[in-house]
Design a binder for this molecule. Structure first.
Ligand SMILES: Cc1cc2nc3c(=O)[nH]c(=O)nc-3n(C[C@H](O)[C@H](O)[C@H](O)COP(=O)(O)OP(=O)(O)OC[C@H]3O[C@@H](n4cnc5c(N)ncnc54)[C@H](O)[C@@H]3O)c2cc1C
Ligand code: SF4
Length: 486
C-alpha cells in the first residue's frame, strides 16, 4: 500500500486547465501537468484495496494499485512497465478516457476517488521523456511466424491489434483509407484534447517494431476483398462505426447543415497543416450543435477557437443531475452533469429540446431552426404543446452518434453478417461469419470509447494469434460481450 494514511490526509486534486482566454487563442492541450511531487502524493491516496474495483471499471484491467504504489515510492520506470503490461497506448487513454476506473474507485464510496487518470498520463509522459518506451520487437521465443495479417482501419482498435500481432511475430499490414493513421484519434478528436504529436510518436514506435502502414487505400475498393483474402492469412476489421445518425426533419438538406464528422476532420486537417480557414468554418457564425455528448463538445471547443459568434448545444434528454442518482450507484459510471473543458469556454446548453425543422434564407442556406421542448413519454419523448420557438443559426452541426459500420464493398464482398444493432456480428472469439475474418472496436461493439477499442484490439489479436498458431500467450482483457459496469 502506498501511504497508509494518504486517503485521510491528502485531498484529491485534479489538473488545472489553462485559463480560458489563453487556451481558446491556440489549439494546444487544455490541461497542465501536476509535476512529480504532487502526483506522488495523489498516488499515495490509493488504499491498495483487497478487491480493487478500479480494475473492474477499466476494460483493460489496468493494474492501478500497483502503479499507484510504484509512483508513490518514486519507481516511475517500474510504474511505466506495469502500465504497458495492460495498455498499449496510455498516452491516449490518460488524455481522453472518461475514466470509468475513477467512478469505480472504492474511495469514491464516501470520499473523492484517486486521481487515477492523471497518474496514468504523467507516468507515460515521464516514460517517453526518459526514453523508457523503445520499440519492442518480437520476443526471441516468438519467432517470426511468416503469417500475414491485414488490419483494416488504424483507429485505436486497429493500432492495438496491429501492435500485439506484430510483437507476436506476425507480418502485419494496416490499411487506412485516410492519408495518415489514427482513425478518430487523428481526424475526429481535436488537438486541444490530444495533440497529434502523441499519436505520431507512438506510430514511429510501431513502424520501428515492423508494423507496415498503407494509407490512402480503401480496402474493398483500392484493394479488393478477394486480394486481401489471397494475400493475408487473417483479416482484422477495425473500420469503426462511421455511419452517422441523421436528423430526418424538413430542411436537413440545406446548405450549412453538416454532420460533426464532416466538420471536425476539416478543422483538424487545417490545424495540422497550419492552414487558414477550413471549407466548413464557424468563424463569425451563429452555430447550433445538435447532440449533447462528447462529439458535440468537440464541435463546441472547435467552433469557439474558430471564432464563432455564438454557439448553442441542443440535447433531447433532460439536464442530468449534479450528483450520482440512486439508480446509478457506485461503482457504475453515472450519467451526471459534467462540465467539459469546452463547456467552460463558452456556448449555451439547452436540454429537453428537439429540432422540428430548419428554415432557409433566400439563397437556400440555413438561417434558423424551430425547436420544441419535449417531455418523456412512453419510452421516448413527446413535444410539449405551445413551446415551439425559433433559434437563429447559420451553421448547424449534427452530433447525434453513429449507427454502425459502413456496408460498403469490403464488408459485402467479404460476406460478413451483421447483428441486429447494425454492427458486424462476431462469435465469442471476435470471429465474423467469414472464415479468417475478425472484428474489433466500434465496428463490432458499436460506438464506444477509446479504452474499449484498445481492449478489443488486444483481445482480437489474441484470437487471431490463436487462429494462426493453435495457441496464444497474448492477453485477452475482454470478451466481445463484456459490458461496462451497470
Ligand atoms: C468526435 C469524436 C470524439 C470522441 N472523443 C472521445 C474521447 O474523448 N474519449 C473516448 O474514449 N472516446 C471518444 N470518442 C470515441 C472513440 O474515438 C471511438 O470509440 C474509437 O476511436 C473507436 O476506435 P476504432 O479503432 O474502432 O475506430 P475508428 O477510430 O473510427 O477508426 C476506424 C478507421 O477505419 C478506417 N476505415 C474504415 N473503413 C475503411 C476501409 N474500407 N479501408 C481502410 N480504412 C477504413 C477509417 O478511416 C478510420 O480511420 C470520440 C468519437 C468521436 C466521433
Ligand atoms: S479502487 Fe481506488 S483506492 Fe482501491 S485500489 Fe483502486 S485506485 Fe486504489
Amino acid at each position: 500500500m502506498a501511504d497508509p494514511k494518504g486517503f485521510l490526509t491528502t485531498p484529491r486534486q485534479t489538473p488545472a486547465r489553462r485559463p480560458v482566454d489563453v487556451r481558446i487563442s491556440d489549439w494546444r492541450e487544455v490541461y497542465t501537468e501536476f509535476g512529480a511531487d504532487r502526483l506522488e502524493r495523489q498516488a499515495g491516496r490509493c488504499m491498495d484495496c483487497g478487491i480493487p474495483f478500479c480494475h473492474s471499471g477499466c476494460p483493460l484491467g489496468n493494474l492501478i494499485p500497483e502503479w499507484n504504489d510504484l509512483v508513490y515510492s518514486g519507481d516511475w520506470r517500474a510504474a511505466a512497465e506495469r502500465l504497458h503490461a495492460t495498455n498499449n497506448f496510455p498516452e491516449f487513454t490518460g488524455r481522453l478516457c472518461p475514466a470509468p476506473c475513477e467512478s469505480a474507485c472504492v474511495l469514491g464510496i464516501n470520499s473523492d476517488p484517486v486521481t487515477i487518470k492523471q497518474v496514468e498520463v504523467e507516468i507515460i509522459n515521464r516514460a517517453w521523456a526518459e526514453g523508457w518506451v523503445p520499440p519492442r520487437r518480437p520476443a526471441p521465443t516468438a519467432q517470426a511466424t511468416g503469417a500475414k495479417v491485414a488490419v483494416i482501419g488504424s483507429g485505436p482498435a486497429g493500432l492495438a491489434a496491429a501492435q500485439q500481432l506484430t510483437r507476436a511475430g506476425h507480418a502485419v499490414t494496416v490499411f487506412e483509407r485516410a492519408d495518415a493513421p489514427g482513425g478518430l484519434l487523428r481526424y475526429g478528436i481535436p488537438e486541444f484534447k490530444m495533440e497529434k504529436r502523441h499519436l505520431d510518436r507512438r506510430l514511429i514506435q510501431m513502424l520501428a517494431e515492423g508494423t507496415e502502414f498503407r494509407c490512402g487505400l480503401e480496402a474493398g475498393a483500392d484493394v479488393s476483398a478477394a486480394e486481401l483474402r489471397d494475400r493475408y492469412a487473417a483479416i482484422v476489421l477495425a473500420c469503426g462505426a462511421t455511419v452517422p445518425r441523421g436528423l430526418p426533419v424538413p430542411g436537413a438538406e440545406l446548405a450549412g447543415v453538416h454532420q460533426a464528422m464532416e466538420y471536425l476532420p476539416l478543422a483538424n486537417r487545417a490545424v495540422a497543416a497550419a492552414e487558414g480557414e477550413p471549407a466548413i468554418s464557424a468563424r463569425g457564425r451563429d452555430v447550433v450543435i445538435i447532440g449533447g455528448g462528447d462529439t458535440g463538445a468537440d464541435c463546441l471547443g472547435t467552433a469557439i477557437r474558430q471564432g464563432a459568434a455564438s454557439v448553442t448545444q441542443l440535447e433531447i434528454l433532460p439536464r442530468p443531475p449534479d450528483h450520482r442518482p440512486a439508480s446509478q450507484p457506485w461503482p457504475t459510471y453515472p450519467a451526471i452533469f459534467r462540465v467539459s473543458s469546452a463547456h467552460e469556454e463558452g456556448g449555451e446548453r439547452v436540454y429537453a429540446a428537439s429540432t422540428e425543422r430548419f428554415i432557409a434564407d433566400e439563397g437556400g442556406r440555413v438561417r434558423g431552426l424551430v425547436l420544441t421542448e419535449v417531455a418523456p413519454s412512453g419510452g421516448g419523448f413527446a413535444p410539449v404543446p405551445g413551446t415551439d420557438r425559433e433559434l437563429a443559426c447559420n451553421l448547424v452541426l449534427l452530433a447525434m452518434g453513429f449507427t454502425g459500420a459502413e456496408r460498403g464493398p469490403l464488408l459485402t464482398d467479404l460476406g460478413v453478417a451483421f447483428d441486429d444493432r447494425g454492427n458486424i456480428a462476431r462469435d465469442g472469439s471476435f470471429a465474423t461469419s467469414a472464415p479468417g475474418v475478425f472484428v474489433a472496436g466500434d465496428a463490432g461493439r458499436g460506438q464506444s470509447l477509446i479504452v474499449w477499442a484498445i481492449a478489443e484490439g488486444r483481445s482480437a489479436a489474441a484470437a487471431v494469434d490463436d487462429y494462426l498458431c493453435g495457441a496464444t500467450s497474448l492477453p485477452a482483457p475482454i470478451g466481445p460481450a463484456t459490458a461496462p459496469l451497470r
